[in-house]
Design a protein around this ligand. Structure first.
Ligand SMILES: Nc1ncnc2c1ncn2[C@@H]1O[C@H](COP(=O)(O)OP(=O)(O)OP(=O)(O)O)[C@@H](O)[C@H]1O
Length: 306
């Protein structure tokens, strides 16, 4: 595999079976340095399995993995030294404080003492560092888990559903923390989630996995770029013909008197209204709404999976 564009992580047609069950069929991720890459899919789509392959915790049946420009199967130890990860439930010593838990890892990895205070600050736990972890809220525990993954200041951070189970405030704090990592510390982030709206507030690039296949990979902006429009008229048949002229086949549905369609260029709405009026059609309303990721997922997969 050649890594022509200097991706920090690139996989090439990864496949993985568990017994007879083919869990991953064809997953080629491309992650650029400094990105927040959102890995989206419903429960069971294959996100955790992919992440375990990236960390060498599982072996692929087919395909290659290249991280930091090196093949994972031949440079595993060297690569893993520069990756921080939170994949399964984090494990802490509940009867120790946050700082004590971090100190244990710092000693194990032979890191400088100052790293503990630095990561406590990044995850906003400086004021709770001397509290026993058993008294931490779920959000604080998740942030401590991120601090553990960050303590070696890795080049790449891999997080499997870190917002799972958090309340809105906890989610907000986690989101702000993750958003700060590439810009402030030069850390690239790969984060998985089944929450599409959550991801749209954080990720610059998105990979969407469904039944073990990557069905979309690209910028978040181009994924949500087209607006969804709703047009209400007194003549749906003519309206549909006119709208089709401007949208091609991008008419999503037509229910009672309302047509729903995608339009890339908002300026075209003026032309559509003019054409409708010229054809004697009464326009009751035409308005656009930026597509949510849920809409996008529906467009891509034809199902309302989230
Ligand atoms: N060790 C294993 N042995 C057998 N089957 C497994 C194993 N790990 C995962 N699977 C199966 O592989 C499929 C994909 O699981 P995976 O955990 O990768 O999905 P996911 O997208 O991360 O979903 P979730 O968010 O629920 O973890 C599921 O059908 C799961 O039951």
């Amino acid at each position: 595999m050649t890594n022509e564009t200097n991706y920090i992580l690139a996989t090439d047609h990864l496949a993985k079976k568990f017994g007879k069950q083919e869990v991953l069929h064809d997953v080629s991720l491309k992650i650029a340095p400094g990105d927040i890459y959102g890995f989206l899919g419903v429960n069971g789509a294959g996100k955790s399995t992919t992440m375990k392959l990236l960390l060498g915790l599982l072996q692929p049946d087919a395909g290659n993995i290249e991280i930091f420009g090196q093949a994972l199967n031949t440079n595993r130890n060297e690569i893993l030294k520069q990756i921080g990860a939170l994949i399964e439930e984090p494990s802490f010593y509940p009867n120790l404080t946050g700082a004590e838990n971090l100190n244990l890892i710092k000693n194990l990895l032979e890191l400088p003492a100052k790293n503990v205070d630095k990561v406590l600050k990044i995850v906003s736990l400086e004021n709770a560092k001397d509290k026993l972890v058993q008294n931490y809220s779920l959000g604080m525990k998740q942030r401590l888990a991120i601090a553990m993954a960050l303590i070696k200041f890795p080049k790449l951070l891999i997080l499997d559903e870190p917002t799972n189970g958090l309340d809105p405030e906890g989610m907000h704090q986690m989101r702000e923390l993750i958003k700060s990592l590439p810009t402030k510390y030069g850390i690239t982030v790969l984060i998985s989630s089944h929450l599409l709206s959550e991801m749209s507030q954080m990720a610059h690039t998105v990979g969407i996995i469904k039944d073990g296949n990557l069905i979309y990979q690209g910028s978040m902006d181009s994924l949500t770029g087209k607006q969804k429009y709703f047009l209400k008229t007194d003549n749906k048949v003519i309206a549909k013909q006119i709208v089709a002229k401007y949208t091609g086949t991008d008419i999503l549905e037509s229910q009672s008197h309302v047509l729903t369609f995608n339009l890339g260029d908002p300026q075209l709405t003026a032309s559509i209204i003019k054409a409708l009026v010229n054809a004697g059609v009464s326009v009751y309303s035409l308005y656009g709404k930026k597509k949510s990721l849920e809409d996008v997922f529906l467009d891509l997969t034809g199902s309302a999976d989230r």
